[in-house]
Each structure stands twice: as structure tokens, then as C-alpha cells.
Design a protein around this ligand. Structure first.
Ligand SMILES: Cc1ncc(COP(=O)(O)O)c(C=O)c1O
Length: 428
């Protein structure tokens, strides 16, 4: 029979609710699913054990790729008895298969949220989450340092549909309260900010928003569920580009929205209404990436800090924008709220021609040129976020380069950057 029961309070269960006839596909034992206690174990134990149950999958360590659209039911009554809001049981492929559920359960538990839903990209997760809480006549508060395509979605989709989008200073903290209106339906954060890496005081913002019963949505792609347990700091809806560190290998596009109990249904219904669904292969890859997120991120953080400190000493560098550095204005907040840092940061160079920056990046052997980040490989781009601000200014005093530090040897990466500075010198 289809089980409509959620796993017991503190336990992480295997994907539940397989119809009886699916026993043909899985190992025959009818034993209760393996559960692990989310509160008893630390995060590295969780990343190893969440979202899998060998007993349910012929003894296989990993939850396999379950492909499928149609799900067969035992009888008409069971088919017609499906609850439209029960998204965590097998009913139709678009709502997920055991592979999807395994990933969703693992990410939600790691971050300390209630439930998660997977989407085909990080941007899909952003747009579905925003759509879940907006309608014509609403007002929303959006951080000025948000990811560029989030701003485009607001401008090209939300605004024409009658939603007023007000951008706020990322450093606003408790001052957000003054901007809240009777028709404000959400506060959106991203910490640190895209490209410019300002930290946000999310607990202070959340306290103000919650005093008005307004949900806080946050893009936690940089923090990841591993380094920033968003729900312990007041976030209600946490958004991830799983494309980055969760996937971790630059071979998957994926988004995840994790929510607390209160805001699960509006989010999950919005995702269903848009028909977003993720390939089980991509969920499998993301779950595989999640198993090593701790070792990768700790190692990449260590290398990123070494590279960032080296850059700080360079005569060509004006400032390194990285909250993990003691000198960064956001360091105190980062240290208070995060347990680690992503290996993505900005480098402001002393004033020089834009073309010279391009020549410097072109001369790198190891830092690739391309979009995205969070994979095992290092990346570099030049970027000018000046025109992406409306509530605050951006005048850093020189051109900005964004670096992503991968898993290569950090001394080799430093040598590559040094080569770039030599090219820079030659071209100026
Ligand atoms: C902070 C942030 N959020 C969301 C996204 C979107 O993720 P995706 O590329 O999977 O759509 C990105 C992508 O670069 C990002 O940097």
C-alpha cells in the first residue's frame, strides 16, 4: 500500500511510499528502512549516511537511478486516494522518484530544514521560490547584491506582473524593518553578495521580518548546507544552486529549495505549478557529490585562504573581497554564523586598463575562463558589477576579478597567478 506517513520526527528514512508492486524492482526484505538520528551525528557522518538505505535497494550502498514517468497503483481506490499535497510519495515521475527523494532528504537534513525539492537549475530554484510568495500588488525586499539573473527575473517577470521589487543595502541588518510595508510578502537575502561578497546580518534581518510574519528567503549557494545551516539563523526558505559545490564536479545543473515546515506547501506547489522536474541521473550525480562536500570544501577553503593571503601582499592588488579573511568588513558576521567559507572570492586590482586584466586572465594556465564555480577546478573571470546596483553604489577603485579556487595544488595556483601579474606588467 502507499504509505502517506512522514518519517518519524527526528529520523531520516529511505524514500517511502513505493507501491507494493515495486517490490519487483527492489530487494525483497520488508525490513523497516534504515534511519539515522539527525541530531546525534555530526555533519560528516550525515553526508555519508543521509539519503540512502541499502536494505531497500538490493544491498547497494547508493540509492540507484530510478527512471520513470508512470507509476502503477494496486487499485483504483489507491490511485484516486492520492493526496494532491503529498509530494514525498511515488505518484508520477514529475514529482520525483526514490533517487530525487534521497537527494532532497539528505540536503534538507544536512541544512537543518524540514523538506527540500530539487529543480533543474539554481536559477529555477530562485524563480520558483520567488513566485511562491508573490502576486500582483505585493511588495518584496530584494538585496542589492543579488545574483544578476535574479535581478533580471525581478525586472522582466515580477515587475510586469505587478510586483513591486525594492532593492535594499546588503548591510542594512535590523534596519530592514523600516522598509517593511503592509503588502511586503518576502525579504530576500544572499550572503555573501554575488561578485562583491558583502556579508549580511541574516539573524537581524530575520528577526525584523518575522516580527511582521514575513518569510526570509536566502540564496545559500556560497554557504552551502554544509557551511551555513540557514535555518538556525532565521532563514525560512533556503535556495541552492546544486550546480556548484553540491554537484562539485562541473557536470550537473541542479537547484534545490529547502524550507521549514511552515513554508513547505507554498514552495512545493509553485514548483509543481511550473512543472519543474529533475532528471534522476542529475539527482544521482548531486547525491554523489554531496558525499564528499566536506573534504572538498575544507580543502578548497584552505587553498583559497592561502591564495587570498598571497594576493593581499601583492603590489598589484588593492583589496581582496573574502569574508573568511580577518581584514574583511564582513568577517565578524561570517565567523559568527558560518562554519566555513566557499573558495570563491573577489580581487580588486589597482587601477589599470580593462584590456590588461583580460590579457592577465588569458595568460593563466590553470585558472579556466568560464561561468559557474564550486567544481574541482579553478576559474577566473573579470567582472564589473557597477550597473547591477540600484540601492547602493559600487566603486571599488579598480577592476574586479572573481576567482574560484579548485582542488589543484595551491602553490601551482599561486605560480599561475604570478604568471598573470608578469603578463600584466608587460602589457601596461
Ligand atoms: C549565487 C548563485 N545563485 C544561483 C546561481 C544559479 O545557478 P544555476 O547556474 O544552477 O542556475 C548561481 C550561478 O552562478 C549563483 O552564482
Amino acid at each position: 500500500m502507499m504509505s502517506q506517513q512522514p518519517p518519524p520526527g527526528n529520523a531520516v528514512a529511505c524514500p517511502q511510499g513505493l507501491p507494493q508492486n515495486s517490490a519487483l524492482l527492489i530487494s525483497g526484505t520488508a525490513a523497516a528502512p534504515t534511519v539515522i538520528d539527525k541530531k546525534r551525528f555530526r555533519r560528516d557522518t550525515l553526508t555519508s549516511h543521509l539519503g540512502r538505505d541499502p536494505q531497500q535497494h538490493a544491498g547497494l550502498v547508493n540509492t540507484p537511478v530510478y527512471r520513470g514517468s508512470t507509476v502503477l497503483f494496486d487499485d483504483v481506490a489507491t490511485y484516486e486516494g492520492r493526496h494532491p499535497d503529498d509530494y514525498k510519495v511515488m505518484r508520477y515521475g514529475i514529482y520525483g522518484t526514490p533517487t530525487t527523494f534521497a537527494l532532497e532528504e539528505a540536503v534538507a537534513a544536512l541544512e537543518g530544514g524540514d523538506k527540500a525539492v530539487a529543480l533543474p537549475s539554481g536559477l529555477a530554484a530562485i524563480t520558483a521560490a520567488l513566485a511562491a510568495f508573490t502576486k500582483a500588488g505585493d511588495h518584496i525586499l530584494m538585496v542589492d547584491t543579488t545574483y544578476g539573473p535574479t535581478r533580471s527575473f525581478c525586472k522582466r517577470r515580477l515587475t510586469p506582473y505587478g510586483v513591486e521589487v525594492e532593492y535594499y543595502d546588503p548591510l542594512i541588518g535590523a534596519g530592514i524593518e523600516k522598509l517593511i510595508r503592509p503588502n511586503t510578502t518576502l525579504v530576500y537575502c544572499e550572503a555573501p553578495g554575488s561578485l562583491t561578497f558583502e556579508m549580511q546580518d541574516i539573524p537581524a534581518i530575520a528577526a525584523a521580518a518575522h516580527a511582521h510574519n514575513i518569510p526570509v528567503l536566502s540564496d545559500n549557494t556560497w554557504g552551502t548546507p554544509y557551511f551555513f545551516r540557514a535555518f538556525e539563523h532565521g532563514v525560512d526558505v533556503s535556495i541552492h544552486a546544486g550546480t556548484k559545490y553540491i554537484g562539485g564536479h562541473s557536470d550537473v545543473l541542479l537547484g534545490l529549495i529547502v524550507t521549514n515546515e511552515k513554508y513547505w506547501l507554498p514552495v512545493r506547489r509553485a514548483v509543481a505549478d511550473y512543472g519543474f522536474s529533475v532528471s534522476p541521473d542529475d539527482c544521482y550525480l548531486a547525491l554523489r557529490g554531496l558525499r564528499t562536500i566536506g573534504v572538498r570544501m575544507r580543502h578548497q577553503q584552505e587553498s583559497a585562504l592561502k591564495v587570498a593571503r598571497w594576493l593581499q601582499q601583492r603590489p598589484e592588488v588593492l583589496r581582496v573581497l573574502y569574508p573568511a579573511l580577518e581584514s574583511d568588513p564582513g568577517h565578524a558576521i561570517w565567523k559568527r554564523d558560518f562554519s566555513g567559507a566557499a573558495s570563491l572570492f573577489g580581487v580588486v586590482l589597482k587601477p589599470l586598463a580593462w584590456e590588461a586584466v583580460g590579457a592577465m586572465i588569458d595568460s593563466y594556465e590553470l585558472f579556466g575562463i568560464g561561468s559557474s564555480w564550486g567544481g574541482y577546478e579553478s576559474l577566473a573571470i573579470r567582472t564589473d558589477p557597477k550597473n547591477m546596483r540600484t540601492a547602493t553604489g559600487w566603486n571599488p577603485g579598480g577592476p574586479l576579478v572573481r576567482l574560484h579556487v579548485g582542488l589543484e595544488d595551491s602553490d601551482d595556483l599561486i605560480a599561475d597567478l604570478e604568471r598573470g601579474f608578469t603578463t600584466l606588467k608587460a602589457s601596461t
